[in-house]
Design a protein around this ligand. Sequence first.
Ligand code: UD1
Ligand code: F6R
Length: 371
Amino acid sequence: NKGNYEHYMQKEIHEQPESLTTTMRGRLIRGGSCKAKTVLLGGLKDHLKTIRRSRRIVFIGCGTSYNAALAARPILEELSGIPVTMEIASDLLDRQGPIYREDTAVFVSQSGETADTLRALEYALENGALCVGITNTVGSAIARNTHCGVHINAGAEIGVASTKAYTSQIVVMAMLALAIGSDAISSQIRREAIIDGLFELPSKVREALKLDREMKDLAKLLMAEQSLLVFGRGYNYATALEGALKVKEVALMHSEGILAGEMKHGPLALVDENLPIFVIATHDVCFSKQQSVIQQLNARKGRLIVMCSRGDASSVNVGGSCRVIEVPQVEDCLQPVINIVPLQLLAYHLTVQRGYNVDQPRNLAKSVTTE
Ligand code: UD1
Ligand code: F6R
Protein backbone atom coordinates (compact mmCIF):
# COMPACT_ATOMS: atom_id res chain seq x y z
CA ASN A 1 0.00 0.00 0.00
CA LYS A 2 1.61 3.21 -1.23
CA GLY A 3 -0.81 5.48 0.65
CA ASN A 4 -0.59 8.99 -0.74
CA TYR A 5 2.68 8.32 -2.51
CA GLU A 6 3.26 7.53 -6.16
CA HIS A 7 6.03 5.04 -5.57
CA TYR A 8 7.22 2.76 -2.79
CA MET A 9 10.67 4.30 -2.91
CA GLN A 10 9.14 7.72 -2.31
CA LYS A 11 7.00 6.39 0.53
CA GLU A 12 9.95 4.61 2.11
CA ILE A 13 12.15 7.71 1.93
CA HIS A 14 9.46 9.81 3.59
CA GLU A 15 8.64 7.30 6.31
CA GLN A 16 12.19 7.29 7.69
CA PRO A 17 11.32 9.36 10.78
CA GLU A 18 8.86 6.58 11.71
CA SER A 19 11.04 3.61 10.69
CA LEU A 20 13.95 5.00 12.71
CA THR A 21 11.67 5.43 15.71
CA THR A 22 10.63 1.78 15.42
CA THR A 23 14.25 0.68 15.06
CA MET A 24 15.15 2.37 18.35
CA ARG A 25 11.96 1.50 20.24
CA GLY A 26 12.69 -0.19 23.58
CA ARG A 27 16.41 -0.16 22.90
CA LEU A 28 17.45 3.25 24.23
CA ILE A 29 17.22 3.92 27.91
CA ARG A 30 17.30 7.52 29.00
CA GLY A 31 18.32 7.49 32.64
CA GLY A 32 16.72 9.49 35.43
CA SER A 33 18.77 11.87 37.56
CA CYS A 34 21.32 9.25 38.60
CA LYS A 35 20.88 6.54 35.98
CA ALA A 36 23.10 6.76 32.93
CA LYS A 37 21.79 6.65 29.40
CA THR A 38 22.31 3.23 27.89
CA VAL A 39 21.51 0.95 25.00
CA LEU A 40 19.84 -2.44 25.26
CA LEU A 41 20.07 -4.83 22.35
CA GLY A 42 18.18 -7.91 23.52
CA GLY A 43 19.68 -10.17 20.86
CA LEU A 44 23.27 -9.36 21.85
CA LYS A 45 23.29 -8.97 25.60
CA ASP A 46 24.57 -12.50 26.24
CA HIS A 47 27.29 -12.16 23.61
CA LEU A 48 28.78 -8.74 24.34
CA LYS A 49 31.57 -10.16 26.47
CA THR A 50 32.69 -12.45 23.66
CA ILE A 51 32.48 -9.60 21.14
CA ARG A 52 34.57 -7.33 23.37
CA ARG A 53 37.23 -10.02 23.59
CA SER A 54 37.45 -10.53 19.83
CA ARG A 55 40.64 -9.52 18.01
CA ARG A 56 38.80 -8.00 15.09
CA ILE A 57 35.32 -7.12 13.93
CA VAL A 58 34.67 -7.88 10.25
CA PHE A 59 31.65 -6.34 8.53
CA ILE A 60 30.34 -8.39 5.63
CA GLY A 61 27.59 -7.37 3.20
CA CYS A 62 26.71 -6.29 -0.34
CA GLY A 63 25.54 -3.06 -1.94
CA THR A 64 23.67 -0.71 0.35
CA SER A 65 24.12 -2.97 3.38
CA TYR A 66 27.89 -2.82 2.89
CA ASN A 67 27.67 0.97 2.65
CA ALA A 68 25.70 1.15 5.91
CA ALA A 69 28.43 -0.84 7.66
CA LEU A 70 31.05 1.49 6.18
CA ALA A 71 29.15 4.46 7.63
CA ALA A 72 29.19 2.87 11.08
CA ARG A 73 32.80 1.75 10.97
CA PRO A 74 34.38 4.91 12.44
CA ILE A 75 32.16 4.97 15.53
CA LEU A 76 32.58 1.24 16.08
CA GLU A 77 36.36 1.63 15.95
CA GLU A 78 36.22 4.61 18.27
CA LEU A 79 33.98 3.08 20.93
CA SER A 80 35.19 -0.52 20.82
CA GLY A 81 38.91 0.04 20.31
CA ILE A 82 38.84 -3.14 18.23
CA PRO A 83 40.12 -3.10 14.62
CA VAL A 84 37.17 -3.09 12.22
CA THR A 85 37.61 -4.37 8.67
CA MET A 86 35.18 -4.36 5.75
CA GLU A 87 34.39 -7.18 3.35
CA ILE A 88 32.14 -7.25 0.32
CA ALA A 89 30.73 -10.76 0.61
CA SER A 90 31.59 -11.92 -2.92
CA ASP A 91 35.13 -10.57 -2.67
CA LEU A 92 35.75 -12.34 0.63
CA LEU A 93 34.67 -15.58 -1.05
CA ASP A 94 36.68 -14.93 -4.22
CA ARG A 95 39.81 -14.48 -2.12
CA GLN A 96 38.90 -17.04 0.52
CA GLY A 97 40.17 -14.28 2.82
CA PRO A 98 41.28 -15.17 6.33
CA ILE A 99 38.57 -15.39 9.01
CA TYR A 100 39.59 -16.61 12.47
CA ARG A 101 37.99 -18.01 15.61
CA GLU A 102 38.93 -14.79 17.40
CA ASP A 103 36.93 -12.70 14.89
CA THR A 104 33.44 -11.34 15.27
CA ALA A 105 31.88 -11.40 11.79
CA VAL A 106 28.89 -9.10 11.39
CA PHE A 107 26.56 -9.91 8.48
CA VAL A 108 24.48 -6.97 7.32
CA SER A 109 21.52 -7.69 5.06
CA GLN A 110 18.09 -6.14 4.64
CA SER A 111 16.50 -9.23 3.14
CA GLY A 112 18.57 -11.75 5.07
CA GLU A 113 18.56 -13.90 1.93
CA THR A 114 21.34 -12.46 -0.25
CA ALA A 115 23.23 -15.45 -1.68
CA ASP A 116 26.71 -13.91 -1.48
CA THR A 117 26.23 -12.84 2.12
CA LEU A 118 24.77 -16.21 3.04
CA ARG A 119 27.71 -18.08 1.45
CA ALA A 120 30.11 -15.79 3.33
CA LEU A 121 28.22 -16.63 6.53
CA GLU A 122 28.66 -20.36 5.91
CA TYR A 123 32.34 -19.71 5.29
CA ALA A 124 32.77 -17.72 8.52
CA LEU A 125 30.89 -20.38 10.50
CA GLU A 126 33.24 -23.05 9.13
CA ASN A 127 36.17 -20.90 10.23
CA GLY A 128 34.84 -20.65 13.77
CA ALA A 129 34.10 -16.91 14.00
CA LEU A 130 31.31 -15.54 16.18
CA CYS A 131 28.65 -14.66 13.59
CA VAL A 132 26.31 -11.75 14.25
CA GLY A 133 23.39 -10.82 11.96
CA ILE A 134 21.90 -7.40 11.33
CA THR A 135 18.78 -8.07 9.32
CA ASN A 136 15.38 -6.61 8.61
CA THR A 137 13.64 -9.90 8.01
CA VAL A 138 12.67 -12.08 10.97
CA GLY A 139 13.06 -15.76 10.10
CA SER A 140 15.34 -15.07 7.12
CA ALA A 141 18.26 -17.39 6.38
CA ILE A 142 20.82 -14.96 7.81
CA ALA A 143 18.75 -14.33 10.94
CA ARG A 144 18.39 -18.09 11.47
CA ASN A 145 21.97 -19.09 10.81
CA THR A 146 23.86 -16.44 12.77
CA HIS A 147 24.75 -17.07 16.43
CA CYS A 148 22.99 -13.90 17.50
CA GLY A 149 22.02 -10.55 16.07
CA VAL A 150 19.72 -7.57 15.89
CA HIS A 151 16.59 -7.08 13.81
CA ILE A 152 16.53 -3.55 12.46
CA ASN A 153 12.69 -3.47 12.57
CA ALA A 154 12.43 -0.93 9.73
CA GLY A 155 9.25 -2.55 8.37
CA ALA A 156 8.89 -4.20 4.97
CA GLU A 157 10.89 -2.48 2.24
CA ILE A 158 9.26 -2.92 -1.17
CA GLY A 159 11.17 -0.56 -3.48
CA VAL A 160 14.15 -2.38 -4.97
CA ALA A 161 16.41 0.52 -4.03
CA SER A 162 17.10 0.30 -0.33
CA THR A 163 16.41 3.54 1.56
CA LYS A 164 14.83 3.21 4.99
CA ALA A 165 16.71 -0.03 5.67
CA TYR A 166 19.99 1.83 5.11
CA THR A 167 19.31 4.46 7.77
CA SER A 168 17.99 1.87 10.23
CA GLN A 169 21.05 -0.32 9.67
CA ILE A 170 23.35 2.61 10.49
CA VAL A 171 21.39 3.33 13.65
CA VAL A 172 21.56 -0.31 14.76
CA MET A 173 25.31 -0.41 14.15
CA ALA A 174 25.78 2.83 16.09
CA MET A 175 23.83 1.18 18.92
CA LEU A 176 26.08 -1.88 18.55
CA ALA A 177 29.10 0.40 19.01
CA LEU A 178 27.47 1.92 22.11
CA ALA A 179 26.71 -1.53 23.54
CA ILE A 180 30.24 -2.84 22.97
CA GLY A 181 31.77 0.31 24.45
CA SER A 182 29.34 0.57 27.36
CA ASP A 183 31.86 -0.55 30.00
CA ALA A 184 34.38 2.20 29.22
CA ILE A 185 34.29 5.15 31.62
CA SER A 186 36.51 7.25 29.36
CA SER A 187 33.90 7.44 26.61
CA GLN A 188 30.82 7.90 28.76
CA ILE A 189 30.23 11.55 27.82
CA ARG A 190 30.66 10.77 24.15
CA ARG A 191 28.25 7.83 24.40
CA GLU A 192 25.62 9.93 26.15
CA ALA A 193 25.92 12.60 23.47
CA ILE A 194 25.34 9.93 20.82
CA ILE A 195 22.30 8.61 22.68
CA ASP A 196 20.90 12.16 22.85
CA GLY A 197 21.62 12.39 19.12
CA LEU A 198 19.70 9.17 18.48
CA PHE A 199 16.68 10.52 20.35
CA GLU A 200 16.56 13.63 18.17
CA LEU A 201 17.36 11.81 14.93
CA PRO A 202 13.77 11.19 13.71
CA SER A 203 12.88 14.87 13.98
CA LYS A 204 16.11 15.91 12.27
CA VAL A 205 15.38 13.47 9.43
CA ARG A 206 11.92 15.02 9.17
CA GLU A 207 13.59 18.42 8.74
CA ALA A 208 15.93 17.02 6.08
CA LEU A 209 12.91 15.67 4.18
CA LYS A 210 11.75 19.28 3.73
CA LEU A 211 14.50 19.54 1.12
CA ASP A 212 12.24 17.55 -1.22
CA ARG A 213 11.30 20.58 -3.36
CA GLU A 214 14.91 21.76 -3.57
CA MET A 215 16.08 18.30 -4.63
CA LYS A 216 13.35 18.13 -7.24
CA ASP A 217 14.61 21.41 -8.70
CA LEU A 218 18.16 20.11 -8.62
CA ALA A 219 17.03 16.95 -10.40
CA LYS A 220 15.52 19.11 -13.17
CA LEU A 221 18.86 20.79 -13.58
CA LEU A 222 20.77 17.52 -13.71
CA MET A 223 18.36 15.23 -15.55
CA ALA A 224 20.13 15.36 -18.91
CA GLU A 225 23.63 14.83 -17.50
CA GLN A 226 25.70 11.75 -18.29
CA SER A 227 27.41 11.52 -14.96
CA LEU A 228 27.51 12.77 -11.39
CA LEU A 229 30.46 12.52 -9.00
CA VAL A 230 29.85 12.47 -5.25
CA PHE A 231 32.75 13.44 -2.96
CA GLY A 232 32.80 12.49 0.71
CA ARG A 233 35.25 11.52 3.43
CA GLY A 234 35.37 10.35 7.05
CA TYR A 235 31.91 9.56 8.38
CA ASN A 236 30.49 10.49 5.01
CA TYR A 237 32.63 8.47 2.65
CA ALA A 238 29.82 5.91 2.87
CA THR A 239 27.28 8.64 2.07
CA ALA A 240 29.15 9.37 -1.16
CA LEU A 241 29.15 5.69 -2.17
CA GLU A 242 25.52 5.18 -1.21
CA GLY A 243 24.32 8.41 -2.89
CA ALA A 244 26.10 7.38 -6.10
CA LEU A 245 24.67 3.85 -5.86
CA LYS A 246 21.12 5.25 -5.62
CA VAL A 247 21.64 7.55 -8.61
CA LYS A 248 23.06 4.78 -10.77
CA GLU A 249 20.65 2.02 -9.85
CA VAL A 250 17.36 3.91 -10.11
CA ALA A 251 18.05 7.00 -12.23
CA LEU A 252 20.27 4.95 -14.56
CA MET A 253 22.83 7.74 -14.63
CA HIS A 254 26.52 7.04 -14.21
CA SER A 255 27.57 8.11 -10.78
CA GLU A 256 30.61 7.48 -8.67
CA GLY A 257 31.27 8.00 -5.00
CA ILE A 258 34.78 9.32 -4.45
CA LEU A 259 36.83 9.46 -1.28
CA ALA A 260 37.80 13.14 -1.22
CA GLY A 261 41.25 12.28 0.14
CA GLU A 262 41.92 10.48 -3.12
CA MET A 263 41.04 13.47 -5.31
CA LYS A 264 44.60 14.32 -6.31
CA HIS A 265 45.39 10.70 -7.00
CA GLY A 266 43.29 10.57 -10.16
CA PRO A 267 39.73 11.93 -10.02
CA LEU A 268 40.90 15.57 -10.26
CA ALA A 269 41.66 14.94 -13.93
CA LEU A 270 37.92 14.62 -14.60
CA VAL A 271 37.07 18.07 -13.28
CA ASP A 272 35.95 20.64 -15.85
CA GLU A 273 33.13 23.19 -16.18
CA ASN A 274 30.60 20.59 -17.31
CA LEU A 275 30.73 17.57 -15.01
CA PRO A 276 28.46 18.05 -11.98
CA ILE A 277 30.14 17.26 -8.65
CA PHE A 278 28.27 16.83 -5.40
CA VAL A 279 30.49 17.54 -2.37
CA ILE A 280 29.46 16.48 1.13
CA ALA A 281 30.99 18.97 3.57
CA THR A 282 28.93 18.87 6.75
CA HIS A 283 30.57 19.96 9.99
CA ASP A 284 32.91 17.40 11.56
CA VAL A 285 36.65 16.86 12.08
CA CYS A 286 37.19 16.68 8.31
CA PHE A 287 35.49 20.00 7.60
CA SER A 288 38.57 22.14 6.97
CA LYS A 289 40.03 19.48 4.69
CA GLN A 290 36.76 19.40 2.78
CA GLN A 291 36.83 23.22 2.50
CA SER A 292 40.19 22.99 0.81
CA VAL A 293 38.87 20.30 -1.55
CA ILE A 294 36.07 22.71 -2.51
CA GLN A 295 38.60 25.48 -3.12
CA GLN A 296 40.66 23.24 -5.37
CA LEU A 297 37.61 22.08 -7.30
CA ASN A 298 36.53 25.72 -7.67
CA ALA A 299 39.98 26.65 -8.93
CA ARG A 300 39.42 24.14 -11.76
CA LYS A 301 35.98 25.63 -12.48
CA GLY A 302 34.19 22.52 -11.21
CA ARG A 303 30.37 22.60 -11.30
CA LEU A 304 29.78 22.12 -7.60
CA ILE A 305 26.78 21.29 -5.49
CA VAL A 306 27.82 21.42 -1.85
CA MET A 307 25.98 19.87 1.08
CA CYS A 308 26.86 21.60 4.35
CA SER A 309 25.53 21.99 7.87
CA ARG A 310 22.93 24.69 8.42
CA GLY A 311 24.67 28.02 8.87
CA ASP A 312 27.85 26.99 7.06
CA ALA A 313 26.84 28.15 3.57
CA SER A 314 29.17 31.13 3.50
CA SER A 315 32.16 29.13 4.75
CA VAL A 316 31.82 26.47 2.05
CA ASN A 317 30.89 28.74 -0.81
CA VAL A 318 33.92 30.98 -0.76
CA GLY A 319 33.99 31.69 -4.48
CA GLY A 320 30.22 32.22 -4.43
CA SER A 321 29.53 30.03 -7.44
CA CYS A 322 28.39 26.70 -5.97
CA ARG A 323 24.87 25.60 -5.32
CA VAL A 324 24.53 24.95 -1.58
CA ILE A 325 22.23 22.56 0.24
CA GLU A 326 22.01 23.04 3.99
CA VAL A 327 21.11 20.13 6.24
CA PRO A 328 20.38 19.92 9.98
CA GLN A 329 23.35 18.95 12.13
CA VAL A 330 23.47 15.98 14.51
CA GLU A 331 26.24 14.22 16.45
CA ASP A 332 29.00 13.62 13.86
CA CYS A 333 28.76 9.81 13.73
CA LEU A 334 25.00 10.00 13.06
CA GLN A 335 25.30 12.65 10.34
CA PRO A 336 25.33 10.00 7.55
CA VAL A 337 21.70 9.24 8.44
CA ILE A 338 20.77 12.87 7.69
CA ASN A 339 23.07 13.37 4.73
CA ILE A 340 21.79 10.44 2.69
CA VAL A 341 18.23 11.83 2.72
CA PRO A 342 18.74 14.63 0.14
CA LEU A 343 20.65 12.20 -2.07
CA GLN A 344 17.82 9.65 -1.87
CA LEU A 345 15.39 12.42 -2.83
CA LEU A 346 17.66 13.50 -5.69
CA ALA A 347 17.90 9.93 -7.03
CA TYR A 348 14.14 9.56 -6.77
CA HIS A 349 13.34 12.80 -8.63
CA LEU A 350 16.00 12.16 -11.26
CA THR A 351 14.38 8.79 -11.96
CA VAL A 352 10.89 10.24 -12.30
CA GLN A 353 12.11 13.04 -14.53
CA ARG A 354 14.16 10.73 -16.71
CA GLY A 355 11.10 8.52 -17.08
CA TYR A 356 12.48 5.31 -15.57
CA ASN A 357 10.86 2.71 -13.36
CA VAL A 358 11.37 3.83 -9.77
CA ASP A 359 10.45 0.74 -7.82
CA GLN A 360 11.81 -1.87 -10.21
CA PRO A 361 14.94 -0.65 -11.95
CA ARG A 362 15.78 -2.69 -15.04
CA ASN A 363 17.79 -5.89 -14.50
CA LEU A 364 17.62 -5.67 -10.69
CA ALA A 365 15.81 -7.80 -8.09
CA LYS A 366 14.97 -6.91 -4.50
CA SER A 367 16.61 -9.99 -3.14
CA VAL A 368 19.63 -11.39 -4.97
CA THR A 369 19.42 -15.12 -4.30
CA THR A 370 22.01 -16.24 -6.86
CA GLU A 371 25.76 -15.69 -6.70
C1 UD1 B 1 12.70 -9.36 20.90
C2 UD1 B 1 11.49 -9.73 20.03
C3 UD1 B 1 10.54 -8.56 19.97
C4 UD1 B 1 10.13 -8.16 21.39
C5 UD1 B 1 11.37 -7.91 22.26
C6 UD1 B 1 10.92 -7.70 23.70
C7 UD1 B 1 11.57 -11.21 18.05
C8 UD1 B 1 12.03 -11.43 16.66
N1 UD1 B 1 11.92 -10.05 18.67
O1 UD1 B 1 13.38 -8.24 20.32
O2 UD1 B 1 9.39 -8.91 19.20
O3 UD1 B 1 9.35 -6.98 21.35
O4 UD1 B 1 12.24 -9.03 22.21
O5 UD1 B 1 11.98 -7.74 24.56
O6 UD1 B 1 10.89 -12.04 18.60
N2 UD1 B 1 18.97 -12.74 15.84
C9 UD1 B 1 19.93 -13.48 15.19
N3 UD1 B 1 20.37 -13.04 13.97
C10 UD1 B 1 19.90 -11.91 13.38
C11 UD1 B 1 18.92 -11.15 14.06
C12 UD1 B 1 18.49 -11.59 15.30
O7 UD1 B 1 20.38 -14.52 15.67
O8 UD1 B 1 20.33 -11.59 12.28
C13 UD1 B 1 18.47 -13.25 17.15
C14 UD1 B 1 18.87 -12.41 18.35
O9 UD1 B 1 20.11 -12.80 18.88
C15 UD1 B 1 17.72 -12.68 19.30
C16 UD1 B 1 16.53 -12.87 18.38
O10 UD1 B 1 17.06 -13.18 17.11
O11 UD1 B 1 17.96 -13.87 19.99
C17 UD1 B 1 15.65 -11.64 18.30
O12 UD1 B 1 16.41 -10.51 17.92
P1 UD1 B 1 15.79 -9.03 18.05
O13 UD1 B 1 14.44 -9.03 17.44
O14 UD1 B 1 16.75 -8.05 17.56
O15 UD1 B 1 15.69 -8.97 19.66
P2 UD1 B 1 14.92 -7.94 20.58
O16 UD1 B 1 15.16 -6.54 20.17
O17 UD1 B 1 15.27 -8.34 21.97
C1 F6R C 1 20.71 -1.07 -3.39
C2 F6R C 1 20.30 -2.39 -3.06
C3 F6R C 1 21.29 -3.51 -3.12
C4 F6R C 1 21.20 -4.32 -1.83
C5 F6R C 1 22.10 -5.56 -1.90
C6 F6R C 1 22.13 -6.30 -0.57
O1 F6R C 1 19.67 -0.17 -3.22
O2 F6R C 1 19.18 -2.60 -2.69
O3 F6R C 1 22.58 -3.02 -3.32
O4 F6R C 1 21.56 -3.49 -0.77
O5 F6R C 1 21.62 -6.41 -2.90
O6 F6R C 1 20.84 -6.71 -0.20
P1 F6R C 1 20.52 -7.17 1.26
O7 F6R C 1 20.69 -6.01 2.16
O8 F6R C 1 19.10 -7.66 1.22
O9 F6R C 1 21.49 -8.27 1.59
